[in-house]
Design a binder for this molecule. Structure first.
Ligand code: FAD
Length: 298
């Protein structure tokens, strides 16, 4: 969100957590004023700019067992210390969530990807970040620990707004679980940013299974056109159970555009963002359909 700068954070206590239980106990003792440190790629700039001033920073980087990507049935669990770089090079992700690997290529620069974590990005909930959108696309469930025990939230209940989640101040995300795509599932990802590695103006992601010439399990998500990234039900319901043709896609995209309410800001007008999303969606749908064995639609 910020490039750094010469400012220094306000004073804070630093605690290196030995375990998940230790981390949440320290958070609970901080009277709502503690912050988890994962990769620090968003937290440290925010602290340097004094946009957040935690009294206690709880470093989870030495907690054992949180740095794993595991395939469990048809779900993939991504632990709280899985760095972007690991997600981008992991074979389970490459085989069962290739759309996530593609999205990761667009996240920041190598140095940020070496430290930044998948779970930290979802917890930060930046509306212009790719991982919250990918979590929505892949029907993520967020696993949470606190002194009261464990709970899990579907991603749509976890992401509340721009930079806002349903996490309580004494809670820690231990892992996020996403769908593993069935082999043969088609996918598409598209993004427009002014420079590679910058936060995107808009991005879209799609998955489709083609069975007997018909689209099944259509999932579509967008970001850059609202308070948070979101699933696009207009596209999903219009395409589900149909043979995909260019005119059907055109009408689904028109339906999507009519519901989007992007802001005009320094970077782009609302109309431009709406247009951009439509074009990115058209290409992503075409890529997904052809990857699942259908004809290229453009
Ligand atoms: C120059 C630059 C460019 C960037 N460009 C992009 C980009 O293009 N796309 C993109 O998606 N991101 C981008 N980022 C952000 C990057 O992906 C961050 O790594 C990510 O947003 C946060 O992950 P982190 O592990 O660094 O979290 P941190 O900075 O450590 O934490 C972020 C927030 O989440 C909380 N948190 C972290 N982990 C947990 C947890 N397990 N449980 C509870 N709370 C937790 C922290 O307390 C803090 O509030 C960029 C960052 C920089 C510095």
């Amino acid at each position: 969100m910020f490039g750094g700068g010469r400012m220094k954070p306000a004073a804070f206590d630093y605690v290196r957590a030995e375990s998940v239980e230790h981390a949440v106990e320290v958070l609970a003792g901080a009277d709502g004023d503690g912050k988890i440190l994962a990769g620090g790629q968003s937290l440290m700039p925010m602290m340097n700019f004094r946009l957040v001033r935690p009294s206690v920073m709880v470093d989870i980087n030495r907690i054992a067992g949180l740095d794993r990507i595991e395939l469990r049935g048809n779900r993939i669990s991504i632990g709280a210390l899985v760095r972007h770089r690991m997600t981008a090079s992991d074979t389970i992700i490459a085989d069962r969530a290739p759309v996530l690997r593609e999205a990761m290529k667009h996240v920041a620069h190598l140095t940020v990807r070496n430290r930044g974590t998948f779970c930290g990005s979802v917890c930060h909930a930046d509306p212009a970040a790719e991982m919250p959108m990918m979590s929505q696309l892949l029907d993520a469930v967020v696993h949470i620990a606190s002194p009261r025990g464990a709970r899990s939230l579907p991603i749509q209940d976890f992401l509340v707004g721009s930079l806002m989640t349903a996490l309580e101040p004494d809670e820690l995300v231990t892992a996020i679980e996403i769908d593993a795509l069935e082999p043969g599932t088609g996918w598409g990802f598209g993004e427009f940013a002014r420079r590679h590695g910058d936060y995107a103006l808009a991005a879209v992601a799609v998955t489709i299974k083609k069975r007997d010439g018909i689209a099944h399990g259509v999932r579509a998500a967008v970001m850059g056109v609202g308070e948070t990234s979101m699933r696009v039900r207009e596209i999903e319901t219009a395409l589900e159970g149909n043979d995909l043709q260019a005119d059907l896609i055109d009408s689904a995209i028109d339906a999507m555009r009519s519901t989007l309410e992007p802001n005009t800001d320094l970077h782009a007008s609302a109309d431009y963002r709406r247009h951009l999303c439509g074009e990115l969606m058209r290409r992503a749908l075409s890529d997904a359909w052809s990857r699942s064995g259908g004809a290229h639609l453009q």
